[in-house]
Structures are given as C-alpha cells and as structure tokens.
Design a binder for this molecule. Structure first.
Ligand code: ADP
Ligand code: MG
Length: 388
C-alpha cells in the first residue's frame, strides 16, 4: 500500500486505514424502518493510504478494477477534485463515495481539506457485502485522524451514510456503515437503528464447531434499485396507514390487528409482516446466542429467508437455489443477506459438513446453468481501524 501510494503521488502516506465488508446475520430491510439489525464484519477489508494536502485538492485512486469506472480527471486513474467544488451528484463513478465523505464532513462544518488517497480492497464489489460502505468508512476514519476531528466510530458511520444518501444518491439505511465502523472481532453487532444503541454479541462459531459460509451468487439483477425504493415506499405507506412513526413501532403481538387494518392493501400487508416478524427474529437470535445455543439460530435464519422471498419479494432464483441446496445438503440454516435480487447468501453449517454443503451448492448452480458461486467462510472480523 505505502509503495503504491508513493509510486502514485511521489511521497509516502501519513498512515494506512482499513474498513471491512460485512454480512448481515439477521435483520434485513429493517434499518429504514427504525428496526433491529445484526451484522458482522468480514475479514475482507478496504485499505486506504492517505496524506493530507494544504491546497484543497482531493486526489483519489483505486487499485481495484472498480476504480477504473471513474470519469478520468487528472493523471491516469487518478481522479482530481477541488474540495470547494464538491456538490451532490456532481462526481460520477466510484470516486463519488470517498468525495462524498469529504463533502459530508465539510457540510457538517468539520475542518477537512484536501488529501491524497489511494485505495485497495479485498471486499467483493457489488456482491451485497457492502464494499461501498467499506470505501466510505475507510475514508472517514482516515480523514478523522488526518484532520484531528476526534469523532467516534458511530459519528463517522453517520457521515459515511450521508455521503452515500445525499452525495452519491443511494438511499441506504445506517446498517452498512455502522457495521464497517463499529463491529468487533468474534462478535455480531446488535444495532437498534432508531436510537443507535449497540451491543456486541459474542459469536464464536469456530469454538462451537460451526461455520458461517457466504455464498456470493455473482449476480446482481437490474431490478434491484427500483425495487428497493418500492419496498421503502410500501413500508412508509404501511406505517402511515397504521398511524405509527415507523414499522418498528408495531410489536409482534400487535401484528394480527395491524394486518387486519391493512386489509385493502395486500402489498403493504406483506411488507409489514416481513418487517415486524424480522425484528422479532433478531430478538430470537440474540436470545439463542445469549443462551449459548448457536445452533438454534439456524431455523430462524431460514424463516427469515422465507419471509424475504414470499412476503418482501426480493429474492431471486440464484439466492433461493443457494438456500435450498444448502438446506437439502444438511445446513442448519440459510438465508439471503443484503439488499436482494442477487448478491450473497449466508449458510450456517456444522464444521464437519461445510465442505459437502459448499460442494452441493456449487453443483446445484452448475446443474441450473448459473455462473459458479464464490463460497468462503465468514469469520467475524474487526471494524475500521488504523493499520499503520
Ligand atoms: P456493494 O456495496 O454491495 O459492494 P454497491 O453497488 O453499493 O455494492 O457499491 C459498489 C460500488 O462501490 C462499485 O461499483 C464502486 O463504484 C465502489 N467501490 C467499492 N469498493 C471500491 C474500491 N475498492 N475501489 C473503487 N471503487 C469501489
Ligand atoms: Mg453498497
């Protein structure tokens, strides 16, 4: 990293920072309903080598192939911008994510100026593992240190979310950035997205002879963006009709009454049922983990998948096949994770069955004529931090 930085910018970096990708264990599409989520950080990280500049110039480069997607301004792959000129939606391609963080910080009246930034990453991009949040949060941590802002990880996550929402124009919730900023090794992170209360929940899979596999289906269906907006709108419609601020306010025991009130709107009914039962599933998972019964979360994960597939309608053939073939091969539980319409699934398996389950999933994809999935083990990793 330091060598690549020096080759690009002529001098060495002032430091190197890392931020991880994530998988969400349970709590899907709840974060824009003020609900509960439970992500864990992956060992895969985005690294940024950085150095401050005094002339208000922001230079950005990424060694990752995704970094070639930027409209080239400046030398070679380097994107060059003036921090004074940053405006929402004005920076296309990948550079919008880090530039958006600088913009969000300056909007918040934080004393952030120019910088030279060089990125590299092992987070699969566009696989639902949140490479975008890793990119933003690595940037936020670097700028926090370079400019002595003294902000806490959760505040940096909120600035990163603002960058993605208001600058890049992606209406994501707070989960991904909080996961990248606040997760700790060996834990899943319980987050109440209403008041941002967090709890690190021990999640020692290896110690219990278990494994969490990630199945990256390698597909991302175009439907995704519009469908996400439609789900958000449907949830808001449901909340309005029920007279609550957000669907978080509908308790599990109130669900039958709520569904009855939404009688004329079957779509909102299904979305509400997903969100309310999903919040309950997060609490169920925590109870099982607190009781030391990790295996018991398997069926909860699988129920979450059925809800996303049937009620929220955001699964797809590849995700369903990953889940079904894993369960048929003996997995304890499986579900799609992330936004849906492609991306990744997670599979909880006995350590001894992991290889056979992975093989079964791969074979089912081949038999269906799908691109071979990428399968790896998720070991709960560390949140963003300074590396050097
Ligand atoms: P996900 O967050 O699930 O990986 P997104 O579509 O939200 O998928 O974000 C992917 C985008 O983030 C890429 O298209 C690219 O613009 C940007 N990106 C992520 N990581 C990098 C990286 N290391 N270098 C350059 N761009 C990146
Ligand atoms: Mg993303």
């Amino acid at each position: 990293m330091a060598g690549a930085f020096r080759a690009a910018y002529g001098t060495g970096p002032a430091g190197i920072w890392a931020a991880p990708g994530r998988v969400n264990l349970i709590g899907e599409h709840t974060d824009y309903n003020d609900g509960f989520v439970m992500p864990l950080a992956l060992p895969h990280t985005t690294l940024v080598a950085a150095r401050p500049r005094t002339d208000g110039v922001l230079r950005l480069r990424s060694a990752h192939p995704a970094g070639a997607s930027a409209p080239v301004r400046g030398k070679g792959r380097t994107v060059e911008l003036a921090v004074e000129d940053l405006r929402p939606a004005a920076v296309g391609g990948w550079a919008g994510y880090p530039a958006g963080v600088v913009w969000a910080m300056r909007q918040a009246k934080l004393p952030v100026g120019g910088a030279d930034l060089h990125y590299d990453s092992t987070v699969p991009v566009g696989a639902g593992l949140s490479s975008s949040a890793a990119l933003e949060v690595a940037t936020a941590f670097a700028l926090n240190d370079l400019y002595g802002l003294g902000l806490a990880p959760q505040s940096l996550a909120q600035l990163a979310q603002r960058a993605e929402n208001a600058f890049v124009g992606v209406p994501c919730g707070i989960m991904d950035q909080t996961a990248a900023a606040c997760c700790t090794q060996g834990h899943a992170l319980f987050l109440d997205t209403r008041d941002l209360t967090r709890r690190q929940v021990p999640f020692d899979l290896a110690g219990e002879g278990l494994r969490l596999l990630v199945v990256d289906t390698r597909v991302k269906h175009e439907l995704g963006d519009g469908a996400y907006a439609a789900r958000r709108a449907g949830c808001e419609r449901g909340a309005r009709a029920l007279g609550v601020h957000a669907l978080r306010d509908v308790g599990y025991t109130q669900l039958p009454a709520a569904l009855a009130r939404l009688d004329g709107d079957p779509v909102a009914q299904r979305y509400v049922r997903h969100v309310v039962t999903e919040n309950r599933r997060v609490q169920d998972v925590i109870e099982h983990l607190d009781a030391g019964d990790t295996r018991a979360i398997g069926p909860v994960l699988s129920a979450g998948h059925a809800s996303l597939r049937d009620d929220f309608e955001i699964s797809c053939a590849e995700l369903d096949l990953a889940v079904d073939s894993a369960l048929a091969a003996g997995a304890l539980g499986a579900r799609m994770t992330g936004g849906g319409f492609g991306g990744s699934a997670i599979v909880l398996v006995e350590e001894a069955d992991a290889e056979a389950v992975g093989k079964a999933v791969t074979e089912s994809f081949a038999a269906a004529g799908h691109t071979a999935p990428r399968i790896f083990t998720a070991v709960p990793g560390q949140g963003a931090h300074r590396v050097e």
